[in-house]
Design a protein around this ligand. Sequence first.
Ligand SMILES: C[S@@+](CC[C@H](N)C(=O)[O-])C[C@H]1O[C@@H](n2cnc3c(N)ncnc32)[C@H](O)[C@@H]1O
Length: 212
Amino acid sequence: MDDDRLQWIYSATSPTELRERYEVWAAEYDSDLDGMQWLAPLAGAQRCHHFAGPDAAVLDAGCGTGLVGTHLRAASVGSLVGFDLSPAMLQQAATRRWSCGGVYDHLVLGSLLEPLPFAAASFDAVVSVGVFTIGHVGPVALRGLTAVVRPGGHVSVTFRDDSVGPLGYEAEAERLQLEGVWRLVERTEAAPLITEGGVGAPMRVWTWQVLG
Ligand SMILES: C[S@@+](CC[C@H](N)C(=O)[O-])C[C@H]1O[C@@H](n2cnc3c(N)ncnc32)[C@H](O)[C@@H]1O
């Protein structure tokens, strides 16, 4: 693949348009991203597992085709729910198998820009990879993630270095910290977790602990 497909995705101007584009892309998403050295799912899964432990109940927010879930299963996870805007991406995730069952215990269709359809504090951890980025989900949705994690649990999110400040994610994260909603426990070193036009784009996994 060339990078045109990714730029097409980044240039979506509304959630409806973004969903329509993922509907078109879903079947080729994995092979296209494989060609772009998409390492963020592994990085996000590793940090989530590190903080949440092997028996955690985890929400994969914006699970897409299930790349993060596959890495989490390999590391060990207690239970795993996938949530995504795109039915076609969820259909791909549903085909992933692990041991005798699916990678995900449940797959749920919905938007991170609306109240999440999960009980308060019902997860030990949330992981979100490639979702809080250009043309996707704005900073306002970070607060929603904290609502479904139990006090003491963790939220691990990947950000591109070139958008974490300009798109307002860092400011919203600091606001939540000042409000006592969460505290930053780790920001990984910058690493090229995706390659565009032959050049690695620096990304990091940020992890917060949700406070009681
Ligand atoms: C770049 S893909 C990342 C998928 C997967 N996490 C991975 O690492 O491969 C972004 C995903 O976010 C989903 N998404 C975009 N906007 C969303 C929203 N408002 N609510 C839930 N999911 C959303 C898309 O449907 C897509 O599956």
